[in-house]
Write a protein that binds this ligand. Structure first.
Ligand code: HEM
Length: 487
């Protein structure tokens, strides 16, 4: 009886909460029904077989280009057309320029000096300037091109020892990317090619583990009041990996402080010349290894999978490589003469963008978007995945047809809102100049050197391209291939 009375007395409180909520949030975009406290969570997670990016893409067909979801108590805006993306990334870029920081990444050693997670402060502007004019400047990238070619050469050479065997391609590609980034950062390799546990306690595993922990659903995302409790221990686990990874490069940083290079050769030289302290250096190193490796590695795995599944397109890439590169190895100087390879990479990024929701933005103040009122601090997801497959922007959107990029001038630099794998506006990807050199160099080298079979004699058309949303858009299961030297 007491319980019934207690429950009954809760009804007016719930009603007051609903009325308060409705008056506070007028003119929101449409969206699925939101229950008190749990919001739209039941709609999103009823069918765990369907990944979130597909669920949200399907929901946009019902609710429209801008829809609001309530993740527990937290509002999240999802934009699913080129027009909606343009409103957020161009017209209202300033007010939509905050970042929604994932709870597991709110690490005290890191967040204060972060480039990825800061709002657009003067410090963030300084970092972007240094990245644009020094670390990823055309001059610096050009000066380091021979190192990238050498690292890719090592990958190709290692795969020779695997001829005829089944390899999980991404494992070695991820390592190669880390070595490329290690050389951008402090002119050092961080990955060794080996079949055993050679990298067990190395940067590769720690970075991968941090990314995996960051991708795990964290209940505090839905109920920020729980943040300090860290109920799942995700923040603690991430922090522990960060402390370990910092120790791994501490010696290199200290050595360089004692004996500086005469010329500026890498990111560490640039940061020391700008008087950055250890905490700032650590944060930026992490943000180069983290976003730089996972996104590029996922993209390369997707391009290789699409080419294996589409033998005609693979043959065209090969023909182009044979004509331009001949019997030599692929160099970065060849890349401008390989338009078909570039078109295959673009087509892959359209269908499988590594960051399907870009990096979550945040409204820094309440604002109007496409006539709707968006509350301050609302998380903003731009669904690049839905946009890349929108039939209003693309003919025959689900078909892999690289030729479409010869029929228009659409490019990924952020000015064409139907194709935004690197984002757009003031927070667009700083690593794009590096990624757009590295990805074609690796794919071109793999295709030029090897024929790629599938395990157990599987035929190309039997290769299933199932997507899984982790921190980036991955293939599930990972691509396994059998390399065979081309004659
Ligand atoms: C295929 C490769 C890559 C893809 C698809 C990608 C995608 C993205 C996207 C979608 C964003 C958010 C843009 C926005 O909010 O509008 C971003 C931001 C960022 N990316 Fe990349 N990225 C790639 C490679 C890299 C590389 C190689 C690096 C560094 C070595 C890098 C470093 C960053 C950083 C630091 C930011 C944050 C910029 C800011 O918030 O101001 N990315 N990237």
């Amino acid at each position: 009886m007491d319980l019934q009375v207690a429950l009954f007395s809760l009804i007016p409180i719930i009603l007051v909460c609903i009325l308060f909520f409705k008056s506070k949030h007028k003119n929101l975009p449409p969206g699925p029904h939101a229950w008190p406290l749990i919001g739209s969570l039941p709609v999103l997670f009823t069918n765990t077989e369907v990944p979130l990016h597909i669920t949200l893409t399907n929901m946009a067909h019902t609710h429209g280009p801008m829809m609001i979801l309530w993740l527990g108590t937290q509002p999240t805006l999802v934009a699913s057309t080129a027009e909606a993306a343009m409103e957020i990334l161009k017209t209202k870029d300033r007010v939509c320029s905050g970042r929604h920081i994932r709870m597991s990444f709110r690490l005290k050693h890191h967040i204060k000096y972060s480039l990825v997670w800061s709002d657009c402060t003067d410090y963030w502007k300084l970092l972007r300037k240094i990245a644009r004019t020094e670390i990823f400047s055309p001059k610096m990238l050009q000066a380091q091109s021979h190192v990238r070619e050498q690292k890719v050469g090592e990958l190709v050479e290692y795969l020779r020892s695997k001829e005829g065997q089944v390899v999980k391609l991404t494992q070695f590609v991820f390592g190669t990317l880390l070595n490329i980034l290690g050389n951008v950062v402090f002119s050092r390799d961080v990955f060794v090619y080996s079949d055993d546990d050679g990298n067990k306690d190395g940067i590769q595993n720690l970075i991968r583990e941090m990314l995996m922990i960051g991708a795990e659903p964290n209940i505090a995302e839905f109920y920020p009041i729980l943040e300090e409790l860290d109920l799942q221990g995700l923040k603690r686990k991430c922090d522990e990996r960060f402390l370990r990874v910092m120790k791994l490069w501490k010696g290199t940083v200290n050595e360089r402080k004692e004996k500086r290079n005469e010329e500026t050769k890498d990111m560490l030289d640039v940061l020391l010349a700008n008087d950055f302290n250890d905490a700032q250096i650590n944060a930026l190193f992490l943000e180069t290894f983290g976003p730089g490796s996972e996104t590029s590695s996922a993209t390369i795995e997707w391009v290789m999978s699409e080419l294996i599944k589409n033998p005609k397109e693979m043959a065209k890439v090969r023909k182009e490589l044979d004509e331009v590169v001949g019997t030599s190895t692929v160099k970065e100087s060849h890349l401008p003469q390989l338009p078909y390879l570039q078109a295959c990479i673009k087509e892959t990024m359209r269908l499988h963008p590594a960051a399907p929701f870009l990096l979550p933005r945040r409204a820094i103040e309440a604002c109007e978007l496409m006539g709707y009122t968006i509350p301050k601090d609302c998380q903003i997801l731009v669904n690049a995945y839905a946009i890349g497959r929108d039939p209003h922007s693309w003919t025959d959107p689900l078909t892999f047809r690289p030729e479409r990029f010869f029929e228009s001038d659409v490019d990924y630099h952020g000015g064409h809102y139907q194709f935004i794998p690197f984002g757009s506006g003031r927070r667009t990807c700083v690593g794009m100049p590096l990624a757009t050199r590295t990805i074609p160099l690796i794919v071109g080298s793999l295709v030029h050197t090897y024929d790629w079979g599938l395990p157990d004699g599987k035929r190309p058309e039997e290769l299933e391209l199932k997507e899984m949303l982790s921190l980036s858009l991955a293939i599930d299961p990972s691509l396994c291939v059998v390399p065979k030297m081309r004659v």
